[in-house]
Design a protein around this ligand. Structure first.
Ligand code: ZN
Ligand code: ZN
Length: 296
């Protein structure tokens, strides 16, 4: 099978933690919405997808849990069982212990919503080992993606700090869905933010490899028809919706804007001395996609 793009939500709750709907209802919602993959990530509970895969139909269920150490949360994707959350002396040690537990079980760790209750600083993230994935956009309320408190920049600014520091971080967008029965901006509803990943086969291992290697982009609704990033050149084509206008901003080290391009095509070639480029694509309705960084 040739490589193709799949749509996945990697952060979801059910009544096995603080979600408002049982796993069957949650799986049915994403299945009926046309998702290709879904991770059930209950707080401190492994919701075993084996018993749910039949009703998921063609949608792949990814094994997961949200290790919940107070307000410091780490998702484990592709794990095999419930992993107890760590409680260490400080935020860095707690995060690292959770990352290590996920790795020891063969999973992929992701640090969730760092600005939630202003718990995780850029310095905390920069101190971690064996971590590549973190949330740059969590669609739930109460997560302050845009930052603002002293010491807590926006998640995009944090991403640029880490990338500039030479850390190959993959930024992801997720629903963190909890509410399937009440709808509104104050609720964590499904369908608001997801990942597009390039895979050969719709298998958990392939999806997680595409995630960790950055063969993916994050989005709240902007879709790309084409995305290629290699040999120092990033090229993309946007799939247009209605008569919307699109703007692509290419961003480099230190969060510096390298170029802004209007329309359905974007292309940027790294120049000598530039360590990376990533793209943020915005439509005139306020929806956004974020590519991963192409490093020189
Ligand atoms: Zn959380
Ligand atoms: Zn969550």
């Amino acid at each position: 099978m040739t490589d193709h793009w799949i749509r996945a939500n990697l952060h979801t709750h059910t009544t096995n933690s603080d979600g408002d709907s049982p796993p069957e209802d949650v799986v049915a919602w994403y299945r009926d919405a046309g998702y290709d993959a879904l991770a059930l990530t209950d707080h401190d509970w492994f919701t075993d997808p084996a018993t749910l895969q039949a009703m998921a139909g063609p949608m792949l269920l990814i094994r997961g849990e949200e290790l919940t150490s107070g307000n410091v949360h780490v998702n484990g994707l592709g794990i095999s069982r419930t992993l107890p959350p760590a409680f260490e002396a400080n935020v860095v040690e707690t995060l690292q212990a959770n990352v290590d537990r996920v790795r020891a079980d063969g999973g992929v760790p992701s640090v969730n919503h760092p600005n939630f209750r202003w718990q995780v600083t850029p310095a905390d993230l920069a101190a971690l080992r064996d971590l590549r994935v973190f949330e740059i956009h969590n669609a739930g309320p109460e997560v302050s993606n845009l930052g603002g408190r002293p010491g807590h920049p926006s998640m995009e600014a944090v991403w640029d700090l880490l990338l500039t520091d030479g850390r190959p971080m993959v930024g992801i967008a997720v629903d963190d869905a909890h509410h399937f029965r009440r709808w509104g901006r104050r609720y964590a509803n499904p369908g608001r933010a997801w990942m597009m990943l390039r895979v050969a086969d719709l298998r958990e291992a392939d999806v997680l490899t595409a995630l960790e290697t950055g063969d993916c982009y994050a989005t709240t609704g902007v879709t790309l028809e084409m995305l290629e990033a290699r040999s120092g050149v990033m090229e993309l084509t946007i799939a247009p919706q209605w008569e919307l206008h699109y703007r692509t901003t290419f961003i480099g080290a230190g969060g510096q804007v390298l170029d802004v391009q209007e329309g359905l095509q974007g292309r940027y070639q790294l120049r000598p001395g530039e360590s990376y480029v990533r793209a943020r694509i915005e439509d005139s309705d306020g929806l956004t996609a974020w590519t991963q960084a192409l490093r020189s």
